[in-house]
Design a protein around this ligand. Structure first.
Ligand code: MD6
Ligand code: FE
Length: 200
């Protein structure tokens, strides 16, 4: 795992926020998907790129069409592709192809969180997953490759990048809570997270 604290300047964070807002607007807004067990997520999502990550009663998967609109997802902006490729080089993945970026928004609420999970929907589980945090801080928990492995907590702050690669690629992780009001990037606070994935 590589945690780069304060990797992005405030100006870059504002630019990333603008790109994310634009993607959400093209996609017709963000959605709160359903998990296979029928429960709703405690965050909202959207994607950009050739496919998007989706979840519903039928399971988790990547889809070429946005189920909300039945249209393709917004294209990946060149600025995002470049940022992801630059970060991948830091973990010795010069051939990394960021094919999709999942955008998660967590409102400034004690209910916002993301349960313990492993990112294993990708067809190719070797390439790293790159995460960028914007807005409020969160308490992030990360363990091993088995759900029951002990976890450690870290704080992800605005401007941080976190890369799960190599042995940590399949580590279980969770967003335990958002620390509302720790950043002023978003007018009503809350946290935004971008995760880049090479799916194939
Ligand atoms: C989040 N992040 O930070 C959720 N997944 O809001 C993730 O689930 C994640 O940070 C894979 C790799 C890095 C991550
Ligand atoms: Fe994840």
């Amino acid at each position: 795992m590589l945690h780069l604290q304060n990797y992005f300047t405030i100006a870059q964070q504002e630019e990333l926020l603008e790109l994310a807002r634009n993607i959400a607007a093209i996609n017709g807004g963000m959605t709160t998907p359903t998990m296979p067990n029928g429960a709703r997520y405690n965050c909202s999502q959207t994607s950009c790129g050739q496919v998007g990550w989706i979840s519903d009663r039928k399971g988790y998967r990547y889809s070429k069409l946005n189920p909300e609109s039945n249209k393709p997802f917004a294209a990946m902006p060149a600025e995002l592709t470049e940022i992801a490729r630059k970060l991948a080089i830091l973990v010795d993945e010069p051939d990394y192809q960021p094919e999709t970026c999942l955008i998660n928004f967590y409102a400034a609420s004690t209910k916002s969180r993301l349960g313990l999970h492993q990112d294993n929907t990708e067809h190719n589980l070797k390439p790293c997953i790159i995460s960028i945090s914007l807005g409020d801080d969160c308490i992030f928990s990360i363990g091993g490759n088995n759900r029951k492995d002990p976890t450690t907590e870290l704080i992800l702050r605005a401007g941080d990048a976190l890369i799960l690669h190599g042995k940590s690629r399949l580590a279980f992780h969770a967003v335990k809570k958002i620390l509302p009001g720790t950043s002023n990037l978003l007018k009503n606070h809350g946290r935004l997270n971008l995760t880049f994935r090479q799916v194939y």
